[in-house]
Design a protein around this ligand. Structure first.
Ligand code: TYD
Length: 153
């Protein structure tokens, strides 16, 4: 099923909550020649990957994100440097500090998220479950809260 409501298999649909956002530790081969980590769809990444993009050259103090997706699920990796991902389900917020390239943050659809506190030369890699679709964005927090209250996301 599309949308951020999740089927528990018994026909009961629940809203996405913050506890579904989680850190995934990626396999890593530590090597004197340099380290290697990887991720595969349906293995470490809990969805089929339909898109990837990356954010870089972020000026000090700038913030990215600041929206929710109706359908798109994401995995965010700090390939270089560090930054914080602030995730909110409308009730609660949690700050995930990413600073190792073998930690990936899974953010389900239907949660508000923003990327903040970028270190110099940091690179944020984002893997998405959906192709780019501007209509999948909720960019107004009040609209997000209303959709949550109404049980629509
Ligand atoms: P946007 O998602 O608004 O950035 P942020 O992550 O800070 O919210 O994307 C910025 C611009 O890039 C916007 O004009 C749309 C474009 N864009 C694409 O064309 N394809 C993509 O996959 C993404 C993520 C953005």
């Amino acid at each position: 099923m599309k949308g951020s409501l999740k089927n528990d298999g018994k026909g009961v649909f629940e809203m996405r909550t913050l506890k579904e956002a989680r850190i995934i530790e990626l396999p890593t081969f530590f090597d004197a020649r340099g380290n290697l980590s990887f991720a595969e769809q349906f293995e470490q990444i809990p969805f089929e990957i339909h898109r990837t993009y990356w954010i870089y050259d972020v000026p000090g103090g700038e913030m990215r994100g600041g929206h929710a997706f109706v359908n798109n699920q994401e995995v965010i990796i700090a390939l270089s440097g560090s930054f914080d991902v602030v995730v909110s389900d409308g009730d609660r917020r949690e700050v995930f500090s990413l600073n190792r390239s073998y930690f990936a943050l899974y953010v389900p659809n239907g949660l508000w998220r923003s990327l903040e506190n970028f270190s110099t030369n940091s690179v944020a890699l984002e893997l998405g479950s959906e192709p780019y679709d501007g209509t999948d964005y909720i960019r107004d927090f009040d609209v997000f809260m209303k959709l949550k209250r109404d049980g629509k996301i």
